[in-house]
Design a protein around this ligand. Structure first.
Ligand SMILES: [Mg+2]
Length: 389
């Protein structure tokens, strides 16, 4: 059995988008003259790869990061490396893709493209072995996967309170809000960010974890002061306070706060995470399997993290991350982007795939009997997409 063909499909959303109330700090927020700091970080398209074998298996992978660029990389650079190879040799094929692109790759779009293909190869491996991917990675380590509700984009305090209260009532044991006010709003903005945290904490009480997303939007002095202000609210973590390259500053921040620091959503490969470990930069790693180098890298990073007492709580929900969470003792829970109208792009996957796990009482379940990733592509209700092949 060899790889016969690789198809790439770019799903571009053409339907309605609700953006008015989704304001949060980003790395661009620190720059002057910015009217819309979210713009570079909203994405309304998604890449799907389909890897077909000579005996008729089709593995599905995906990449959400700059999918138009990722498509080009798969089509022109990576697919030719895989055609004719056995899809089961995932370790070798990862190294072949990584080492063939290392001069211009290593991180970012190239690693997202490699990730999409690696996920598809593991999907094939599961189909061939007639086992779900999590069984191949280590099997079941939990009865179910606890998940935390990840949205709370609004800066309107009444709406924020109502949303937090509603999702607590649905059974979620954790929820994450965003820093609605960027660094350029100064001390007044910081107070409003803290006020949003206080409101959510008071709304959900002490039995629900509260987390704060900073999306790389701040610098060291602001982050240090913000952490001081947040100390009373018993946060489960504060996420991506700084740029992913400011590894040494994360370590400095850790000296000042008892609040766990998380990140790694924009870090790549086991080499990248080894640098984070060596610098003692973070308490929680949040790679996304569809960026970090697929299951082949995710598995290695889980081991690294376990050695160091670092938790793995991947970015995004989606099946590729749930298989990792289910099979790793280092991973206590998953993120859950609820299915909503299209807002920032995180929700798009619900409209592309069948088979994504839906939270019940805040928990997610995987089927022991569904081979591979357990996903298929939707064939109906696609009128709001343009699909570019
Ligand atoms: Mg994040």
């Amino acid at each position: 059995m060899n790889i016969k063909s690789i198809k790439t499909k770019l799903y571009v959303w053409k339907g309605p988008v609700k953006t008015a109330d989704t304001i949060f700090a980003t790395p661009v927020s620190l720059l002057p003259f910015q009217t819309d700091a979210q713009a570079p970080y909203r994405f309304f398209s998604w890449l799907v790869v389909e890897v077909e074998t000579t005996d008729g298996h089709v593995g599905i992978g995906n990449a959400g990061l700059c999918p138009d660029v990722t498509k080009l990389i798969v089509d022109t650079r990576l697919a030719p490396l895989l055609i004719g190879e056995s899809p089961l040799h995932t370790e070798y094929l990862y190294e072949k893709m990584y080492r063939s692109t290392v001069a211009y790759g290593r991180k970012g779009a190239v690693m997202a493209a490699i990730s999409a293909l690696d996920i598809a190869l593991w999907d094939i491996k599961g189909q061939v072995m007639q086992q779900p991917v999590f069984m191949l990675l280590g099997g079941r380590t939990k009865e179910y996967i606890p998940s935390y509700y990840s949205r709370l984009y609004t800066r309107n305090l009444d709406d924020l309170q109502a949303e937090a209260s509603h999702y607590k009532s649905l059974g979620f044991k954790g929820m994450k809000l965003r820093c609605g006010y960027p660094l350029t709003d100064g001390l007044a903005g910081m107070k409003k960010n803290v006020e949003m945290v206080r409101l959510v904490r008071e709304t959900v009480g002490d039995d629900v974890d509260v987390m704060l997303e900073a999306y790389m939007g701040f610098n060291f002095p602001y982050a240090k002061r913000l952490l001081q202000e947040l100390e009373p609210y018993n946060l489960r973590w504060v996420e991506e306070l700084l740029l992913p390259d400011e590894i040494h500053l994360f370590n400095k921040l850790k000296q000042y706060t008892a609040i766990p620091l998380s990140g790694g959503e924009h870090e790549y490969g086991h080499f990248g995470f080894y640098d984070l470990v060596k610098a003692d930069a973070l308490d929680i790693f949040q790679f996304d399997t569809n960026r970090v180098g697929g299951f082949t890298q995710a598995q290695k990073i889980c081991t690294l993290a376990y050695n160091e007492g670092i938790e793995i709580i991947p970015h995004g929900g989606q099946m590729h991350n749930l298989h990792v969470v289910m099979s790793s003792f280092a991973s206590p829970m998953a993120e859950y982007f609820p299915k909503t109208e299209i807002e920032v792009g995180n929700e798009l996957f619900w409209y592309i795939f069948n088979g994504e796990a839906v939270a019940e009482d805040g928990n997610l379940q995987l089927d022991d009997k569904k081979p591979g990733m357990g996903l298929t592509l939707k064939t109906t209700d696609l009128r709001n997409f343009t699909i570019i092949q």
